[in-house]
Design a binder for this molecule. Structure first.
Ligand code: SF4
Ligand code: SF4
Length: 221
């Protein structure tokens, strides 16, 4: 189910629509794969933890930023307008400006979060020889790992060893990014630097689609 219904409708026929539809389809595939993994494993993040984004701010590819912009315009319009003015909801000296320290769920833009955040705690990667590898998150308490059945450690697990330890191998972020970002630029920028211009650009596209004779000067993407 789409989380950016109105924005898709309002950008139909534009390049932005193509990008947003592709990103949405990829994010849905990630959700489907992770759901399968969560059904097969009992290894879950510690409830309310959120340490992975406490002092971290994601670097975004252009398409991830565009999806985040669309999600904000659809789901938190007032916040989106403030972000255009570089005013973020949680003013923190470092780390992600969407991290809510008071909420047990922490992320205030959960449906619009980028690739890296979708894979926190549920991701494998590939070794140099192409084998799937998995390592528990560095913040996962050693005592909780030891209490898992079978007991786990802070080390790398490879191939079938992951299946024995977790019940199944979690999806790899690179498998999803390769397809979707193959035609994106290779540059990334911090959320706070890239997001305002993407929201501005989307607002301009929506305005042009609604009012084709609009005299406004186009904003740069
Ligand atoms: S977007 Fe959400 S999940 Fe990602 S770092 Fe920010 S608060 Fe954390
Ligand atoms: S990935 Fe690690 S730091 Fe993030 S919520 Fe899970 S256990 Fe906590």
């Amino acid at each position: 189910m789409t989380q950016i219904q109105t924005i898709l409708e309002k950008t139909k026929g534009t390049a932005a629509y193509e990008i947003l539809a592709k990103m949405e389809a990829t994010y849905q595939r990630i959700r489907d794969e992770q759901e399968k993994w969560y059904k097969a494993t009992d290894f879950l993040c510690i409830s309310g933890c959120g340490q992975c984004c406490e002092n971290f701010e994601p670097d975004l590819f252009e398409y991830e930023a565009l999806y985040m912009a669309a999600w904000l315009l659809e789901n938190q319009y007032e916040t989106a307008l403030k972000v255009v003015e570089r005013e973020f909801p949680f003013k923190r000296p470092t780390g992600c400006q969407f991290y809510n320290p008071k909420s047990p769920y922490h992320c205030s833009i959960y449906g619009g979060r980028p690739f890296v955040c979708r894979f926190f705690g549920a991701c494998c990667s590939y070794s140099k020889t192409g084998e799937k590898v998995w390592k528990p998150c560095k913040f996962y308490p050693a005592t909780a790992l030891a209490a898992h059945e079978p007991p786990l450690e802070h080390r790398q697990y490879i191939g079938n060893e992951i299946v024995s330890a977790l019940g199944a191998i979690p999806p790899a972020m690179s498998d999803f990014m390769r397809d979707t970002l193959s035609f994106d630029s290779e540059n990334t920028e911090l959320v706070r630097d890239i997001l305002p211009s993407k929201i501005h650009w989307l607002l301009w596209i929506i305005d042009m689609n609604d009012n084709p004779q609009s005299p406004d000067t186009p904003a740069a993407a």
